[in-house]
Structure formats: C-alpha cells, structure tokens
Design a protein around this ligand. Structure first.
Ligand code: IFM
Length: 477
C-alpha cells in the first residue's frame, strides 16, 4: 500500500492535480486553553482538573504541566500577528472555564473575561474570525470535587458558564462550540483514567458522557437565549471503525466499538436517542438510570453546525484469549462493556502518536455524518499529526506533517465533491503545545515552539498552509 502522507520522492513525477475549494471556505487553525495559555495561577484563574492531574506524580510524561505551556497568555498579541502573517481566516481557541469563572460557580472573573475580549478584538482587528470553544477539558477542580461529569449538576453549571461567556463575548463572536471531543472527557477521563481527572470506572464514564451531552444541550439553549444570532455547534472526534476481517465476530467487534466511539454521541446529539444495540452492549455496565425524561430532547437541541475532529481509523477484531492489554485509547477500560475487543495494527505508516495515517477515513467520516445524520454545514475542527521535528539552521522542514495535511485536504475536497457541505478546515495545531498525558514530548504544531525561550518558528507546513489559504486550494504537484 502506498503511504498517503508521503511527499513525492525526488525524481518521481507527481501528478496530483490542483484543487480549489468553494468560495468562502473557512481556513483556520486550532488550539486549546490549557495546552497553550500557561499563566495557570494568574489573573484570578483557579485550578482545573488538568492542573491537579498534571501535578500528580506519574500522570503526565516527565511530570510536564501546563503551568507555562506556550505562555500564550502573555504573548497573545504576537501570536495573533503570526496567525495574520500565515493568512488564517479563522482561529479556533477555547476559553478556560476556571479563568473566567473561578471554581466553576458564581460570578465571572472580569480579568479572565478581559483576556478573551482582548484576544477576540485582536483577531477581529486582523480580519480573523474567532471560533470559540467553551469546553476543551478544563473542568474547574471544585466541580470535580463534588462529582465531576458523572454528577448531573455539572451539566447545569456548564450552562451557567455558557451564559456568562455569551453575555461577555456574544457581541463579537459568531461561531460557538460547546464541547470538544466529549468521548475523551468521558472515556479517557473517567473510564481509563489516562486523562484528568484520572478516574477509572465504566459506569462513571457512561454517566459522564451523558451529562456532557446534557450540558451541551443546556448550553445551546443558554447561548440561543443570550445571542439569538450565534452559530452554535459541537465538536466530536470520530473514527471509521473497520473489522479486521469479514468474520462475523470481527464485524461484531467493529459494531461495538463504533457504538462507543461514534454513535454514543452522534445518535443522542443528532437523532435524540441512544442506539438500542449500544444500550444492550452496555447493559452489564449501567442500567441508564441516569437518563431522565426530556434529557434526549435537550441533548438534541437544534444546531447550526457540526464540528468533526479526525485523526485516524480504528481497526478491530474479536477477542483472543490471553492477549496483552494495550495502552492509552486502546486500553480495555476505555471501552466499557467491550473491554475484550482487540485493536489491530495494520502496519501502515503511523505518526509519532502511533496513530495510523488514513486520509480516506476522513472522506468516509464526513460522508457518514452527512449521509446518515444531518444536512447541517460541517467543519473539520481538528486534523493534524505529531512528528518528531528537528530545528536545523533555525528552520523546521516537517515534510511528514506537510504531507499529512496535503493528503487530508485532498480527502476533504473529495468529500465536498461527493456532496458533503463541508465549510471549513482547522489544522491542529497552530503551534506545538501541551499534548495532555504526553506533555511536551509530542509536537502537533505548524509552528515550532522552543519551550525554554518561547521562540516560535513557522515550520515548512505553516508556510505551505499559508499558500493553500492564499490560493483557496492546493497547487498541482
Ligand atoms: O491535542 C489534542 C486536542 O486537544 C484534542 N484533539 C486531539 C489533539 C491531538 O491529540
């Protein structure tokens, strides 16, 4: 199999055609508060679950924390100038809940809100559309202390926080995302415990997933009440799930993992129901007693856009007795009720995260959301890759990352040609940052960050992306 992310070999004629995207296609890059801001104890910010988790020995590689990160809190002006230099049409960032509402309840922290007001104003002054995500995993620690997302009340707290941010920024932000990747918050945070808050209980993970979606629905209603013209959506991380063979047991393993990874969220959010087969699979974990009348109507409150984060594909197979448990998102505890399913490595090229590179999977994913779930405009709100970078003579020539973007943009274009109303694409990430349990050891940025000096160097992929934006498409190669 050819490597979809390989740059053309020297001397080989590459006939990839030029591709033009629809007029107005929104080209952007994304980040998240805890991954870049730093200033963890400044401006009235109080700890989130990620502060607690990263400061707990053994939780994050090499004991890294987000205390300083990319110091974006202090360098916001020059970071926005860099975005403008790259020609970004939009910037997707998240608001730190404990920065704007310390502790997660009560009044707003004016200093915290002021940071985001200045960020948004700076973006607008540079002609960059702000795209605001309310929750990218930094739950205020006091809310975790009273139960976290497995507790129903957290959903109501989230809606209050949404109102507070909408009241402050709704006059200048058009695009609002409630949650980023609720699968990770629920199943990595409360199932396997490799993410904050580091709890490991299948029933709690399922409850957390439900209450995250309930919080989303309540926040959609709160945003609409505060700002009727806002364009509101949610971002889910989706994977095509493929059986390793046609054997019925492998096909069933794929159905089960697809249920937990994709349909657990897509069905309630876009159809207002949990899939019956998923509920049957989960029967040994939970009786779904946490779901109350009216919840699913709230969860499926009408949206304006849907965000899709895409990185890779899951290939799975039926259990093999005695198989070694695998780490991270392949860990059995991420998949309550389906702990026995095996994740298969196909031997295709992988990124530094060990995630298989599979650009056609993006076409499949976008088509599925459109053809099976919704006619709403779709946005790829994250797509990108970690590779080991080297700074040579002050430059970073990240050919692998560039090729990854190229292959996935071609896939995005193919999806548009197949009828998907894809309206924009956000590269993950604008700059290298705190990659959660991996700390600073994994680099996803188009811009290199030297964490000692905080010097930023746009990599080859950033220069290339700037050209893509300028042309509104890909040049022939
Ligand atoms: O860094 C993360 C991001 O916070 C959420 N989506 C996946 C990225 C890469 O792991």
């Amino acid at each position: 199999m050819s490597n979809p992310a390989s740059p053309p070999a020297v001397g080989v004629v590459d006939d990839r055609p030029p591709l033009t995207f629809p007029p107005g296609f929104l080209w952007g890059a994304a980040t998240a508060a805890y991954q870049i801001e730093g200033a963890a104890a400044e401006g009235g910010r109080t700890p989130s679950i990620w502060d607690t988790f990263s400061h707990t020995p053994g939780r994050v590689v090499e004991g890294h924390t987000g205390d300083v990160a990319c110091d974006h809190y202090h360098r916001m002006g020059s970071d926005v100038a860099l975005m403008a230099e790259l020609g970004l049409k939009s910037y997707r960032f998240s608001v730190s809940w404990p920065r704007v509402q310390p502790g997660g309840t009560g009044p707003a922290n004016a200093e915290g809100l002021d940071f985001y007001r200045r960020l948004v104003d700076e973006l607008l002054a540079h002609g960059i559309e702000p795209w605001l995500t309310l929750y990218h995993w930094d739950l205020p620690q006091p809310l975790e202390d009273v139960g976290g997302w497995p507790a129903r009340d957290t959903a109501a707290r989230f809606a209050d926080y949404a109102t507070l941010v909408a009241d402050a920024l709704g006059d200048r932000v058009r695009y609002w995302t409630t949650l980023n990747e609720p699968w990770c918050s629920a199943f990595l945070g409360y199932g396997s415990g490799v993410h904050a808050p580091g709890r490991s209980d299948g029933a709690d993970a399922v409850r957390a997933g439900h209450h995250l979606m309930l919080g989303h629905g309540l926040a959609v209603q709160a945003l609409r009440a505060a700002r009727p013209t806002a364009e509101v959506g949610v971002t889910v991380n989706l994977y095509p799930v493929t059986p390793a063979s046609d054997a019925p047991a492998d096909v069933d393993a794929a159905r089960r993992i697809d249920g937990l990874a994709n349909r657990f969220f897509l069905d309630p959010l876009l159809r207002g129901s949990y899939p019956a087969d998923l509920m049957a699979d989960l029967a040994k974990v939970t009786d779904f007693g946490h779901v109350r009348d009216g919840d699913l109507a709230t969860i499926s409150s009408p949206l304006d856009v849907v965000g899709v984060n895409y990185y890779s594909r899951h290939v799975v197979a039926a259990p093999v007795p005695g198989a070694e448990p695998e780490p991270y998102w392949r860990a059995p505890s991420c998949w309550p009720g389906s702990e026995d399913v095996r994740f298969v490595t196909r031997g295709v090229p992988v990124t530094d995260m060990n995630w298989e590179i599979d650009a056609p999977g993006l076409v499949e994913t976008l088509r599925r959301v459109h053809e099976e779930y919704t006619d709403l405009p779709l946005y790829v709100t994250e797509n990108g890759s970690a590779f080991v970078d080297e700074v040579v003579d002050g430059q970073v020539d990240d050919v692998d990352r560039l090729a990854y973007f190229d292959a996935h943009l071609r896939a995005a274009h193919e999806a548009i040609e197949a009828g998907v109303p894809l309206r924009g694409y956000f590269a993950w990430s604008l700059m290298d940052n705190f990659e959660w349990a991996w700390g600073y050891t994994k680099r996803f940025g188009m811009v290199h960050v030297d964490y000692d000096s905080q010097v930023r160097i746009p990599k080859s992929s950033a220069r290339w992306y700037a050209e893509v934006i300028r042309r509104n498409g890909l040049a022939a190669q």
